[in-house]
Design a protein around this ligand. Structure first.
Ligand code: ZN
Length: 195
């Protein structure tokens, strides 16, 4: 199974969660362990890379969408400088009580990323650090994986996620995609319904 499209959660996967809880300024951005190298390797050989992130800080009135765009401009520029690529950034800006279809665990962001990429769900992998990431991926019909950065170490212990392949960080995920390492959980990285 070669994944042609990898969708990544942002907070706890690409960047460390900010002490305040929200990254509202570019200068508050701090790369998560292994993220820059992992991104570069995941995006090699033409593989598409998207980011799908809940940012209810917008809907809560804590940050303007323009400031969030500035944060993502820094993210994209530093990823490119390190040899990586981020083809699309999909944001749910809504507050939790807005009832939108994009806030994970709803599958809207993942479905949008798939449509934008034009790559089938069966060749798409969604990577996150939380239960709601995995649920969003499952509901969108894609294979899912956990990284143990961010909330990932705690999430990996949840019984509901027992069968989900997990990796120490994005570098280890990249090594798996390159065919060099087995997922720690020993689970098949297959999309639901695909054989
Ligand atoms: Zn939303």
């Amino acid at each position: 199974m070669d994944f042609l499209h990898v969708i990544l959660d942002r907070d706890g996967v690409l960047n460390a969660e900010a002490p305040s809880g929200w990254v509202t300024r570019p200068e508050d951005w701090a790369w998560e362990r292994g993220a820059l190298e992992g991104l570069a390797r995941i995006g090699s050989r033409g593989r598409r890379v998207s980011v799908a992130t809940n940012q209810s800080c917008v809907g809560r009135g804590l940050v303007e969408i323009a400031a969030l765009d500035a944060v993502h401009a820094r993210m994209g520029a530093e990823a490119r400088a390190a040899g990586g690529r981020i083809d699309a950034v999909l944001v749910c800006p809504h507050a939790p009580d807005a009832g939108c279809e994009c806030r994970k665990p709803a599958p809207g962001l993942v479905i949008r990323a798939i449509r934008l990429a034009g790559i089938p769900a069966a060749r798409t992998l969604f990577v996150g650090d939380s239960e709601r990431d995995v649920e969003a991926g499952r509901r969108a019909g894609v294979a899912t994986a956990l990284v143990r950065t961010g909330k990932g170490a705690a999430s990996a212990a949840l019984p509901s996620l027992a069968g989900v392949p997990r990796f120490d960080d994005l570098v280890h995920l990249a090594a798996f995609l390159e065919g060099g390492a087995a997922p720690a959980a020993g689970a098949e990285l297959l999309a639901p319904g695909v054989s």
